[in-house]
Design a protein around this ligand. Sequence first.
Ligand code: NZQ
Ligand code: ZN
Length: 388
Amino acid sequence: MLGNFSYMNATKLYFGEDSLQYLKEELSKYGKTVQLIYGGGSIKKNGIYDAVTEILKACGKTIVEDAGVMPNPTVEKLREGVKIARDSKADLLLAVGGGSCCDYAKAVSVSVHSSEDPWEKYFIRFEEPDCQIVPVGCILTMAGTGSEMNGGSVITNHEAKLKIGHVFGENVMPKFSILNPKFTYSLPKKQMVAGIYDIFNHICEQYFSGEDDNTSDYLAEGLMKSVVHSSLIALDNPEDYEARSNIMWTATWALNTLIAKGKGTDWMVHMLGQAVGAYTDATHGMTLAAVSLPYYRHIMPFGLAKFKRFACEVWGVKAEGKSDEAVAQEGLAAMEAWMKKLGLAMRTSELGAAEEMLEGMADATFILKGGYKVLERAEVVKILREAL
Ligand code: NZQ
Ligand code: ZN
């Protein structure tokens, strides 16, 4: 049964190889000063920086540079971005990059006009913004997080050894996002596959909860099949437009809140992965990959019917003559084989995790209650140890 819900998505999307042309139209809605947010320089190498700044200049905008947003943006960088926006009186925060740039832009947007410390306010106390919010626009260069069409913002505090996400409301979501699948062609293979696994896991997190006959779960299965199919094509040929465009579109739908409507969600793989990320600063999708199978094998007996359905519907496992458990195990084995084919990290030790970090990582793991088994702390440690 679907529970009660409301649904609206505040982000306007422009999708396709011609989508950058709509930037001009969007820019006309905002003031003169644009804070141009980007990462470590990939957009300068692949030409996206030149293409975007040319449009900004043609529209008469004053460009305020805010470069160097690192993967897993930090609280220190957030404070720097807030200062840039305050000093320049930025009218629009334009993130050009992956989820890190987009998440960071949202965190800046709710902090510029706030007198409180953003880390404490939004990431420790999870308060909602009560100040003016600077609008955010996004030009996406990496498919994975879904940040382009949601209110999520994940910030890392290395000193506190915490990586925490706040899901803000509609007023913080990007006002517009431009998605050109060709912009993702220059991604290194490691980032491409990490993004693909992030997409897949976002769907799993919303799928592995509840047993009801639920439209969202059918949508989730379709999205999972699409991303698995397209991932294998993109692995062989990263410039296959059809595959890259399907991956990009699936990423958006995997986490723009639609498939979570009216049902429970799990999100424990992300909680475990974020704890690993807080200790290792590893690539987000890789942290998820490394903890997934130990977690899913652990909770499988508590959600057997759904794991059986996952095996049959997503991985084409034939159920006849087999126990439910055998079918479910076969599904997870098929998922494991696909993950290995993509070249994902299958152990956290590959990402720099070590035995002596286990207790601290367990402390940094938020235990959520929506999955098939509410974990005890000892189970968190066991899963993290198995993932090592
Ligand atoms: O910094 P540059 O030089 O641009 O390089 C980036 C970065 O090193 C590179 N890259 C991006 N597009 C490229 C490219 N390189 C070549 N060509 C391109 N077209 O890829 C690297 C990773 O980028 P990043 O933005 O960090 O990756 P991703 O999109 O996976 O974002 C990860 C962050 O998003 C958070 C993660 O925790 C992590 O902090 N998440 C955000 C979510 C949300 N908003 O809802 C949900 C997710 O679960 C996730 O937690
Ligand atoms: Zn994710």
